[in-house]
Design a protein around this ligand. Structure first.
Ligand code: TRP
Length: 330
């Protein structure tokens, strides 16, 4: 039988800062689990990072290596998966220009994640056009690599929907050369911030980073928002909407112990400090080995950059082929 066509993954992160446990639960875990089953490409999205950091290219540049170290630390294996620096794949920019003609301004304005980001970042009134259209450049990222599957956090679903619309429109208008991708989102709900707010975010000061030292993680956990009505240990407490339990749901391997703990908390008689200590332990079990691997890789940044250059060389071969198909089709 002829070899089955390769199934490809493309996913990535903006290089604006270190990755946090929300990224881990949202997409890093899936990437590590699937990297041997799919031809996997992981994009260090430095061009996308510039869409709201144009005045800060140095920050974006510095974080290329930081995010790459996070990848290696969680177990993305550069011998198996290909890590690519976005700014070294100029074909993505050209694809973006063509795709922009297939999308209306009104459609872009309806993207719920972009709307939330505009609010959170306070970009109203001086919104960079590049930021407004970044879902289109993300469609270019995904299609440049001909990706079938895109493992991302739930907040990125609108980007994959936008990509599918562009692919269908392109294939209908010209000829069917683009691959229609599918999102892979985790079963668990998105992790809230340590302050109990909707989203864990770099700009919100409510994140636990994969690279945080053990004492910092412990301090952040002990300061976490819980059930505001759970004033005394003897009071019954609420598990739903309580971020300490959301994190335990995401990371505690002892499911039975966790179920009993929730039961006890609901009944009353269990203090927040006890639950937080358990969470601190669970997170340390997860982050300890990640931190150690990160430190190991970080000792040789030149080696790290050489690995990134090699990955980019390998990975960027796909994009000119897609661009060629696209130009022919048009
Ligand atoms: N927008 C994504 C984020 O903010 C990062 C990203 C850029 C991405 N290009 C991508 C994700 C392509 C998936 C596929 O996290």
């Amino acid at each position: 039988m002829a070899a089955m066509t390769t199934r490809r993954i493309l996913t990535g992160d903006r290089t604006t800062g270190p990755l946090h446990i929300g990224h881990y639960a949202g997409s890093l875990q899936n990437r590590v689990a699937l990297q041997r089953d799919y031809e996997t490409y992981v994009l260090l999205a430095d061009v996308q990072a510039l869409t709201d950091n144009a005045a800060n290219p140095e920050k974006v540049r510095a974080n290329v290596l930081e995010v790459a170290l996070d990848y290696l630390a969680v177990g993305i294996d550069p011998r198996v998966a290909t890590i690519v620096i976005q700014s070294l794949v100029p074909e993505i920019a050209e694809l973006t220009v063509y795709y922009l003609n297939l999308v209306t301004v009104a459609r872009l304005g309806r993207n719920p994640t972009v709307k939330e980001e505009i609010r959170q970042k306070g970009l109203e009134g001086h919104l960079p056009a590049g930021f407004f259209v970044y879902p289109v450049s993300q469609a270019a990222d995904i299609t440049a690599f001909g990706a079938h599957l895109v493992p991302v956090g739930a907040d990125q679903l609108p980007m994959i929907e936008q990509t599918v619309e562009i692919v269908r429109s392109f294939n209908r208008t010209y000829s069917p050369v683009l691959v229609e991708p599918e999102a892979l989102i985790p079963r668990a709900a998105r992790l809230p911030g340590t302050d109990g707010q909707g989203k864990m975010g770099k700009s919100l000061g409510n994140a636990i980073y994969l690279s945080d030292p053990a004492e910092v993680v412990r301090r952040k956990v002990m300061g976490m928002y819980t059930d505001p009505d759970h004033l005394r240990a003897s009071d019954p407490g609420r598990v739903e909407g309580n971020p300490v339990f959301s994190y335990l749901d995401a990371f505690d391997p002892d499911r039975e112990g966790l179920a009993a703990l929730k039961e006890h908390y609901r009944r009353g008689g269990l203090g927040d400090v006890t639950v937080k200590r358990r969470l601190a332990g669970v997170l340390e079990d997860l982050l300890g080995p990640i931190r150690a691997r990160r430190a190991e890789f970080a000792t040789d940044p030149h080696e790290g950059m050489a690995m990134l250059r090699a990955g980019t060389e390998r990975g960027r071969a796909l994009a000119p082929r897609t661009l060629d198909d696209v130009r022919r089709a048009m």
